[in-house]
Design a protein around this ligand. Structure first.
Ligand code: ZN
Length: 590
């Protein structure tokens, strides 16, 4: 593979799209603690959480072992990756394409602006649809009222309306000078014999946002019975949307999911929205597909328990079962709620209300258990039992955790009458060797950083710069540089340059400096200071002068020692002695 071109633009784009909380969540189960998140440190063994992630500063910090940094260094440290490898991994997570060469760099720029153009067209469409919701006497207003959706909910999810007109959106786009070919690529309009017409008509319109919040597609629910028209109509795949890559609502609900430690999964946006409005906010919708690998991976960032809440008819149960292998394979505990009276989620929340339904969801049992009892309830002949046993073994084989597998083997043995020993023998055929996620965690080297080796005076000066980076200029203006050690001058120079360029240094700026100078301790110090708020000086300037005087004294003391040595070695010329006396005086003056 040709080396990729990691520019500042690429890194900035990754930073804007990725939340460090998401990145860390792939490895550490985080719980909200005030404005931060806490979890068990992946870098040292501990029983109580001293590992803190700040979403506001986009950094992590462990108060047990002093590891700290940003999303890139987290991946570097947990995976043992180089900076380059970590950026590649994060770019993938963020959906950012890294250009391969200079030419590709240009293409990349073009692609990015093309993508942005598509997203902008979707934003215009969203605004257009929302605008049509305003008429309080329209059919859509009646429909929405009938469904019990509040204005607040509709607003939160930018729900709009496509009227019955064939050219409403089309004309709107023409007036705004939008490329019709692009609108057609997005599936918003369709072309027939050179004429364009609106794809969505007489529908309640749901903008579909990806987990970073971009509107990538639309879903439309029909509001009147029209023969031959599908009840739900979604955008086709396009340059910005791939069906099965997105979980509807996740951009709004991730924090709730993390807080609840599980996610309720429904099939469509209508179910999503009525449950969300009723207060069940740890929820996403798959938009009618079986769980894809992408979706399972997305979920895994926030929780490892899923409760599938699909329609309780045959189609719903089938859809749930289709998702089971993918979820099991990812080590996600998969429960399911099928209501006995055949209600769909939207009906259920009206029937039972929040308290009762959330309890039912929370107490939902494992989907594999459901499948198991379903199979052994009707299968009677030896052939049936043998087939069912193999089917269930295939599921169990997907589960990465050995203990969980063992528990299911016991259950299967109980149902099938086959001994656990025999089942375990058969299971070997089905176990996926992969399971790499699990071994990796154990193999991780427990590295503890020696931040203590750094000179406290160096740390003190950095803390001053965190408080006021403009003071770095004074080192040069007031001629302090000759008293300072050269490795520290590298840092001062970088601080001065970056500050002159940007007039402000944010967290990522400091991390840049830390990387550029190869001084990792800056990164550690930074995270310590920022999460702790230890380094807030009332008067950074005074602290700065204090540091400078200290550097000068250190320097003079050093020179004094040097001169003393030279005198002792016999170099007792008048000059050396005079120099020595001058320095003693100088030190006394400081
Ligand atoms: Zn730690």
């Amino acid at each position: 593979m040709a080396p990729l071109n990691i520019t500042k633009g690429v890194i900035d784009e990754i930073r804007s799209k990725l939340d460090i909380v998401d990145v860390v969540s792939e490895k550490v189960l985080l719980k909200k603690a005030g404005s931060n998140y806490k979890g068990l440190c992946p870098f040292h063994r501990e029983k109580t959480s001293s590992f803190v992630v700040s979403p506001e500063k986009q950094i992590f910090r462990c108060f047990g072992c002093n590891e700290g940094g940003d999303a890139i260094s987290f991946v570097q440290k947990t995976e043992g990756f180089t900076f380059y490898e970590a950026v590649v991994k994060l770019a993938d997570m963020a959906g950012v394409t890294i250009p391969v060469s200079e030419k590709e760099d240009k293409d990349y720029g073009l692609r990015q602006s093309r993508k942005q153009e598509f997203l902008n067209i979707n934003i215009l469409a969203k605004d257009y649809y929302i605008n049509l919701m305003k008429d309080k006497n329209s059919d859509v207003a009646k429909y929405v009222k009938g469904r019990g959706l509040t204005e607040e909910t509709l607003k939160e999810f930018n729900v709009g309306y496509a009227t019955g007109a064939w050219d409403g959106l089309y004309i709107n786009f023409v007036n705004k000078g939008i490329s019709m070919a692009k609108a057609a690529e997005l599936g918003l309009v369709k072309e027939k014999t050179g004429k364009y017409y609106d794809t969505f008509r007489e529908r309640l319109m749901f903008p579909i946002q990806n987990h970073s919040g971009d509107i990538v597609a639309f879903g439309g629910r029909i509001i009147k019975d029209v023969p031959d028209a599908p009840k739900y109509l979604n955008s086709k795949d396009s340059e910005v949307y791939t069906k099965g890559d997105v979980l509807y609502g996740l951009n709004k609900t991730k924090a709730f999911i993390r807080e609840a430690s599980y996610v309720v999964v429904v099939e469509g946006y209508m179910d999503f929205i009525s449950l969300y409005q009723a207060g069940i906010k740890n929820i996403v919708a798959t938009l009618g597909t079986a769980f894809t690998e992408k979706q399972a991976q997305l979920i895994k960032r926030y929780t490892d328990r899923v409760v599938l809440f699909y329609d309780s008819d045959d189609a719903g149960i089938k859809a749930a079962k289709r998702s089971l292998p993918m979820l099991l394979e990812k080590g996600i505990k998969t429960d399911a709620l099928f209501l006995e009276d055949g209600l769909d989620p939207d009906e259920a929340i009206r029937e039972y209300g929040f308290d009762k339904l959330s309890k039912m969801i929370l107490n939902a049992g494992p989907l594999l258990g459901f499948v198991l009892s379903e199979k052994f309830l009707k299968d009677k002949s030896v052939d049936d039992i043998s087939k069912s046993t193999s089917d269930i073994l295939a599921y169990i084989g997907l589960i990465p955790d050995a203990v969980t597998r063992l528990l299911w083997i016991k259950e299967l043995s109980f149902r099938s009458g086959v001994t656990t020993k025999e089942l375990n023998g058969l299971l070997k055929r089905y176990i996926k060797v992969d399971g790499q996620n699990y071994n990796k965690e154990q193999k991780q080297t427990l590295s503890i950083k020696m931040t203590n080796k750094v000179d406290p005076l160096h740390k003190r000066l950095m803390a001053v710069f965190f408080a006021d980076p403009s003071l770095s200029q004074r080192v040069f203006d007031d001629d302090w540089s000759s008293y300072m050690p050269s490795e520290l001058m590298n840092i001062v120079y970088e601080v001065k340059t970056l500050y002159a360029e940007r007039k402000n240094i944010d967290v990522s700026g400091w991390i840049e400096i830390s990387r550029k100078t190869g001084c990792n301790w800056i990164e550690n110090l930074l995270t310590e200071g920022l999460i702790d708020k230890k380094n807030n000086f009332d008067n950074p300037e005074k602290e700065f002068s204090g540091c400078m005087v200290r550097f000068k004294i250190n320097h003079l003391e050093h020179t004094k020692r040097d001169l003393l040595k030279r005198i002792k070695e016999g170099e007792d010329t008048e000059n050396t002695l005079r120099e020595y006396e001058a320095i003693i005086k100088d030190i006394k003056r400081q």
